[in-house]
Design a protein around this ligand. Structure first.
Ligand code: KIV
Ligand code: ZN
Length: 385
């Protein structure tokens, strides 16, 4: 089994979610939970962005010991110095420095020629290496870059000292097959690539961030960058929880695994949702309220007989106490009876038939029935516990 490093960027790209602003105390609380979750790398922030972010990254770097702490920097001495100030007391100071490599970004944003971009990237990595033992270099907008140019710049930044090369799909543009091919291309066309780890960083603009990350694993990525609840710039980053669970339950397919403590997933998701103010959609995979809820009678009957009929993930795996059989108009007699029994009632067959008919009439009028509705029905029919 290959070991995949999980690089969490909730506190950096995740904090770039519109409307999110975490203070230092909140960031530290999330970092402690990420450490309990077992992430390999915590990207704690962007120290040059503000004095507050520098202080928050510094505090996290000083306290967190079981996950590597990193911070983002543009390719300038000022940014790298700010990151050093924040990270110098961490167990293994690690910098994440980036520069855009696509023609669109080089022409319109950086206003630099490709040769100038290579020169800037190499100088920034050399400068960073004077301080940081580990330097990760990201080719921003790698997915829209010219491939021979990308191979050339990667070779040179590795020569300059970068030991992790990240290929971000910055604008969430690629399909899984294309993103996988990018990893293959880099592995085949960068002669010194064996000296570096390859990392994936996917955005969800076309809803493919997790699929793209998994394709990267299939094509040799050693590290996956992701965020809790899929937070991040625009439509967000790949969801950590989905990648972690996919790796765990499909490990034989991917021939890879992570060291995540998956039972911490549910509480990590709730904590991040509470502190960022961004709620989790009910139908969100793994952490949504409905991820383990069965509504239709056919499904409820199935899971009452054998959970694996409709559950590929056990709720306990991610720290959820149990599944739930939601009572609604699609619910069947089995689930209805099971609910009543859990409430401590055991009506006879005749009574159950009458109650079930009334329950169905009520369910036609109400979307979801609560325990109180069922109690009211039982009381109405004078059924004793
Ligand atoms: O999406 C992106 O390209 C980034 C880089 C800074 C790594 O977030
Ligand atoms: Zn990003």
């Amino acid at each position: 089994m290959r070991k995949i490093d999980i690089f969490d960027t909730t506190l950096r790209d995740g904090e770039q979610t519109a409307g999110v602003n975490l203070n230092a105390h909140e960031k530290l609380e999330i970092a402690r939970q990420l450490e309990r979750l077992g992430v390999d790398v915590i990207e704690a922030g962007f120290p040059a962005a503000s004095p507050g972010d520098l202080a928050a990254v510094k505090q996290i770097a000083e306290e967190i010991k079981n996950s590597t702490v990193t911070g983002l920097a543009r390719s300038t001495q000022k940014d790298i110095d700010a990151a050093w100030e924040a990270l110098k007391d961490s167990a293994e100071p690690r910098l994440h420095v980036f520069l855009a490599t696509s023609p669109i970004h080089m022409t319109y944003k950086l206003k630099k020629t490709p040769d100038e971009v290579i020169e800037t990237a190499v100088q920034s990595v050399k400068y960073a290496k004077q301080k940081f033992p580990v330097v990760q270099w990201s080719a921003e907008d790698a997915c829209r870059s010219d491939l021979p140019f990308l191979a050339k710049i990667i070779e040179q930044v590795i020569e300059a000292g970068a030991s992790i090369i990240n290929l971000p799909d910055t604008v969430g543009y690629r399909s899984p097959a294309e993103y996988g091919q990018l990893f293959q291309y880099v592995r085949e066309h960068v002669p010194n690539i064996h000296r570096a780890k390859l990392s994936a960083h996917c955005h969800d603009d076309l809803g493919m961030a997790v699929a793209n990350s998994m394709a990267a694993i299939e094509n040799g990525a050693d590290q996956i960058e992701c965020a809790i609840n899929g937070l991040g710039e625009r439509a967000g980053n790949a969801s950590l929880e989905e990648i972690g669970v996919a790796l765990a339950i499909r490990s034989s397919f991917y021939q890879a695994e992570s060291r995540l403590e998956l039972k911490e997933i549910s509480r990590t998701s709730s904590l991040v949702s509470r502190l960022t103010g961004i709620s989790v959609p009910p139908n969100k995979a793994v952490v949504g309220k409905n991820a383990f809820a069965h509504e239709s009678g056919i499904h409820q009957d199935g899971v009452l007989k054998e959970k694996s009929t409709y559950e590929i993930i056990t709720p306990e795996l991610v720290g959820v106490s149990s599944n739930s059989l939601v009572l609604g108009k699609h619910s069947g007699r089995h689930a209805f009876r099971s609910h009543i029994q859990k409430l401590g009632f055991e009506p006879g067959e005749e009574q159950l038939n009458i109650l079930f008919k009334e329950f169905k009439d009520l369910a036609d009028r109400k979307k979801e029935l609560t325990e109180e509705d069922i109690f009211a029905l039982l009381l109405e029919h004078k059924i004793q516990p």
